[in-house]
Design a protein around this ligand. Structure first.
Ligand SMILES: O=C([O-])CC(=O)C(=O)O
Ligand SMILES: [Mg+2]
Length: 589
């Protein structure tokens, strides 16, 4: 970049209230204030018609355009004569989708549909959520990220790479929508349990935001997927001729944090205080720091730390119906002490402390964590990362999961390590010998990273396990009884949680909102579900569940004084339902 350009790009960032150039009220894009040498984006809005209308995924209806619409919008001749309703389009597409055996092919077909006809895509997703969730989300989305370079067709979100350093605000302005409510951002360093996938991690923000709309009701145009590309340490990708990202090792330290700081500032400048930034699949060594750093200045939420925590806490609370006792009566053992492990552990401790009025430090004592070096104990405290230190309890060192289970005798083992097949037959058998109903949570994603399968958990515990996993498993018949595994995945929480924040115009996230979301989810599990061994409600009702979560979260935001949309609606559940995006076609004048 030459020095003149640099000057300009710095100038564009200088839109502080102290700038000497005047600006109109709510001149959030700096267009009024800009001087001649400052850069702005020349926006135009056009009415779509004819061929362009068919190519516009937001408004395209394909063969569902009525005769009148075809007349008025210059579509005659551009479509075959048949006019078919959306329901028939849906039926036809589901039939063709079911014809594909390979899940990745289904993924590609669905993404193409999203690119072609957005409302039809969401109609399919909402009406067939249980069938399509494993395609647009874990496990298939993991494979899609691994092969993203080969299946890439069109960008579905914003790529912000180190090449754009100093110009991130301009890059944000290249996105065609201005009224963004939710951003999901990754830097691709820890995609599910698959590790560093660099720029190809984009599949995750795209998938998460599809669920924001389908499960939570946030309108698609208000969602923005972002991948921050600071390089990758994945040698295989660096050598892959089809890799779509920067071919360099990851930037770290000051360079990384300065870049993220520019991003966070640009986001606030461009979209204001109320845009939600959801951090997704960052590596542990950055995730905690980013959340702590921006939690006090921005509306940020880390799905892997906080979303997973709220979901798992809900499942634990629900499981008490099957296990008996209260949270404070049980011992929990985590295998994996990263974002998910410590995030869940901390929220359990907070929930116990609120209930028993004991200090959080006291509540932590029945919660044990194992990392790659073994049980986290006091003797290791000096060398532990900050997020692990609160979990160092007094115990002799143990560096094997089986021995740890024997020593700690937990009611639940919760796998959050990203390493598959670690809950062995011996581990489950010991859990079953200690507990009448051992709670086994194999949370790592995608399926191959699961600590054990549902079938293994039921078989090895002779049908007594209460089982939940991060990625879906089919029901298992054991001893003539059908066991229905639960899917303890953060997608139960984040869509409703984010929707609640947006609804209330919240400007900060608070732990009490996580507890509120968790309670709302647990309250949706019924006796019928318990009877089948389930500790989460089925996904079929997810929009209703999301409305309850959103309402509880919004209520908490109002109570805490961080809601800006006033006055508070009288019935928040009804209000949430009434605000949700619906995918049926609209009629065009
Ligand atoms: O994406 C999912 O399925 C859950 C999640 O956040 C992760 O595993 O990182
Ligand atoms: Mg994640």
């Amino acid at each position: 970049m030459d020095s003149k350009m640099e000057e300009k790009s710095e100038a564009v960032l200088d839109m502080s209230p102290t700038s000497t150039v005047g600006g109109g009220v709510e001149d959030i894009y700096g267009e009024d204030r800009a001087t001649e040498d400052q850069l702005i984006t020349p926006w135009t809005f056009v009415v779509s018609s004819g061929y362009n209308l068919l190519r516009d995924p937001r408004y395209n209806k394909g063969l569902a355009f009525t005769e009148k619409e075809r007349d008025v919008h210059y579509l005659q001749g551009l479509l075959p004569p048949a006019v078919i309703p959306q329901e028939l389009q849906e039926r036809r597409l589901m039939q063709s989708l079911r014809g594909y055996e390979v899940p990745l092919n289904k993924y590609v077909v669905l993404m193409e549909l999203e690119e072609r006809n957005e409302r039809l895509f969401y109609k399919l997703l909402i009406d067939n959520v249980e069938e399509l969730l494993p395609i647009v989300y874990t496990p298939t989305v993991g494979e899609a990220c691994q092969k993203y370079g080969s299946i890439f067709k069109r960008p579905q979100g914003l790529y912000i790479s180190l090449k754009e350093k100093g110009r991130i605000l301009e890059v944000l302005k290249n996105w065609p929508e201005r009224k963004i409510q939710v951003i999901v951002v990754t830097d691709g360093e820890r995609i599910l349990g698959l590790g560093d996938l660099g720029c190809q991690g984009m599949g995750i923000p795209v998938g998460k935001l599809a669920l924001y709309t389908a499960l939570g009701g946030v309108r698609p145009s208000a969602c923005l997927p972002i991948t921050i590309d600071v390089g990758t340490n994945n040698e295989q990708l660096l050598k892959d001729e089809f890799y779509i990202g920067l071919r360099q090792k990851r930037a770290t330290g000051k360079e990384y944090y300065d870049f993220l700081d520019e991003f966070m500032k640009a986001v606030k400048q461009n979209y204001g205080e109320k845009v939600l930034v959801q951090y997704e699949d960052f590596a542990n060594h950055n995730a905690f720091e980013l959340l702590a750093k921006y939690g006090t200045t921005h509306l940020v939420f880390n799905d892997d730390i906080q979303g997973t925590a709220a979901v798992v806490l809900a499942g634990l609370v629900a499981s008490l119906k099957l296990l008996g006792g209260s949270l404070a009566d049980h011992t929990f053992l985590f295998f994996g002490a990263g974002e998910a492990g410590t995030g869940i552990a901390e929220l359990i401790a907070l929930a116990i402390s609120k209930k028993t009025k004991a200090p959080v430090e006291e509540a932590r004592k029945n919660i044990w964590l194992v990392d790659s070096k073994g049980l986290i104990v006091n003797a290791r405290k000096e060398s532990l990362q900050a997020h692990k230190k609160p979990w160092a309890h007094e115990h002799e060192p143990v560096n094997n999961l089986l021995y740890t289970v024997k020593a700690i005798k937990p009611a639940a083992i919760i796998g959050t390590s990203g390493v598959g097949q670690t809950f062995t037959k011996e581990v489950i058998e010991v859990m079953a010998s200690i507990n009448k109903r051992p709670l086994i949570m194999a949370l790592s994603n995608p399926t191959a990273q699961s600590e054990c399968t549902a079938e293994e958990a039921y078989t090895w515990s002779e049908g007594r396990a209460v089982f939940a996993s991060g990625s879906p498993f089919p029901p298992v018949e054991y001893n003539n009884k059908l066991h229905i595994p639960s899917q303890a995945n953060n997608c139960y929480i984040f869509p409703g949680f984010g929707f609640g924040l947006v609804m209330a115009g919240a400007i900060r996230v608070h732990n009490d909102m996580l507890l509120a979301a968790s309670e709302a989810l647990a309250s949706q599990v019924t006796e019928e579900h318990y009877g089948k061994g389930m500790i989460y409600p089925p996904f079929g009702n997810i929009r209703k569940i999301s409305a309850h979560i959103a309402a509880n979260v919004a209520a908490k935001a109002y109570e805490l004084g961080v809601a800006t949309r006033l006055p508070q609606p009288a019935d928040l559940v009804k209000y949430a339902e009434s605000c949700m995006y619906t995918p049926n076609y609209r009629s065009y004048r």
